[in-house]
Design a protein around this ligand. Structure first.
Ligand SMILES: [Zn+2]
Length: 277
């Protein structure tokens, strides 16, 4: 049996599979139980689990959890601890790296980028079938590319990150700073006349998409995450305006479209067992 876990900032979601057969799904709140303890409860219940794949919304390196803003971590050295105690194989990878594995399978391509816009701004990039990870597994952190100075502070402690404009958390910070009393969705902002925040978001999104295309030259650029799902017009918006934000050669033959997957991170966690670290 294979256990796939999507450890996100709000929920821990798990699926148990036996070969290609779905067995069960379960979930818990991310702050309510430590990830290691939760895995132990699942291993106690499903004793035939042999492999575990974890998509993790935070920084990981070599089977260790380095940082996790919103997930309760009761064991940082998670791979070694679980493998030595239970005799299973565990792989843990950043959530966007997992998402791009699932998207690559969905589109049947090996050169693909997944740009996800939700609470944060995240990117997974696959080149020739390999996920680009970098020396310390922090490659493709597009949300923290220096962009424009703001009076706001990013989670990484700087004040000029792309994520401060092109993400849900960035929008929320701008609303708080401007002391605007309205909802935080793009539609609510438009209704409240806060067009500037919406336009700053849209431009930063184009910069993120254009930078991704220019740097990685993918065959497919797939757009996902809560803000993309809630605002389907953004796909058309990017297609219409991207030529001013990307190297023209990188646009030749590229397919830019929304994700078709319900939970790409979880799907990617299930695929981790088939990929080298
Ligand atoms: Zn940052």
């Amino acid at each position: 049996m294979n256990l796939a876990i999507d450890a996100g900032g709000t929920n821990l979601r798990a699926q148990i599979w036996h070969n290609d057969n779905f067995i069960a799904a379960t979930e818990a709140k991310s702050g309510s139980i430590g990830l290691y303890s939760w895995i132990e409860t699942l291993l106690a219940k499903y004793r035939e689990i042999k492999t575990i794949g974890i998509s993790f919304a935070g920084q990981v390196e070599d089977g260790r959890i380095i940082s996790a803003p919103n997930i309760l971590v009761d064991e940082h050295n998670i791979r070694e601890r679980v493998e030595s105690k239970y005799g299973v194989t565990l792989k843990i990878e950043n959530d966007l790296n997992c998402a791009v594995l699932a998207e690559a399978k969905e589109f049947g391509v090996q050169n693909i980028c997944a740009l996800y816009v939700g609470t944060g701004l995240g990117l997974g990039a696959m080149d020739g079938g390999r996920v680009i990870k970098g020396f310390k597994n922090v490659a493709t952190e597009i949300g923290h590319i220096p962009y424009k100075k703001t009076p706001l502070k990013c989670g990484c402690s700087r004040d000029n990150c792309l994520e401060l404009y092109a993400s849900g958390s960035g929008i929320a910070k701008q609303i708080e700073h401007k002391r605007v009393s309205c909802g935080t969705t793009l539609k609510e902002l438009e209704r409240a006349g806060e067009i500037e925040i919406v336009e700053l978001f849209q431009e930063a999104l184009l910069v993120a998409a254009g930078t991704t295309l220019t740097l990685f030259n993918p065959q497919v650029l797939v757009l996902g995450g809560g803000i993309i799902e809630a605002n389907p017009y953004l796909e058309e918006f990017i297609l219409k305006n991207i030529k001013d934000y990307a190297l023209s050669n990188s646009l030749e033959g590229v397919k830019i479209c929304k994700s078709r997957l319900q939970n790409a991170s979880l799907g990617g966690a299930l695929l981790l067992k088939d990929f080298d670290d």
